[in-house]
Design a protein around this ligand. Structure first.
Ligand code: SF4
Ligand code: SF4
Length: 110
């Protein structure tokens, strides 16, 4: 992505990037600590209640709803943990992106 495209990017708050089919949001130890603190949970409680083992069993991911949406996506397509959301979420579709990003994010197709 060029600097100009990045500068002109306007998120449409559609929530599509939080509803990617079979998408996962891995969380590092540091992310776990900051999200748990934001939610007022201790880390063990957060891990038990709010995360699942990743499909490759190499780490933890945020829980998803039965329809695949992230558990923190609000009905109005906001992130309930926005101030402390994982880096993957914070940097999409810039530093973190993938070959399908243009099919996911309508704001990339301007
Ligand atoms: S943590 Fe927030 S930004 Fe990340 S997928 Fe969930 S709802 Fe979306
Ligand atoms: S898919 Fe793109 S436009 Fe929609 S919420 Fe995510 S970043 Fe914003």
């Amino acid at each position: 992505m060029t600097d100009a495209a990045r500068r002109d990017f306007r998120c449409r708050c559609c929530g599509a990037c939080c509803r990617i089919k079979d998408g996962i949001v891995r969380v590092s130890d540091g992310e776990i600590a900051r999200i748990a603190a934001f939610l007022g949970l201790d880390e063990a409680e957060f891990i038990a209640r709010e995360t699942d083992l990743s499909p490759d069993r190499q780490g933890l991911v945020l829980k998803s709803r039965p329809d695949g949406a992230c558990a923190y996506l609000t009905p109005d397509n906001r992130c309930a943990i926005n101030p402390v959301k994982p880096d993957k979420c914070r940097t999409f579709p810039f530093e973190w992106t993938n070959p399908d990003s243009h099919t996911i994010c309508p704001a990339l197709n301007f």
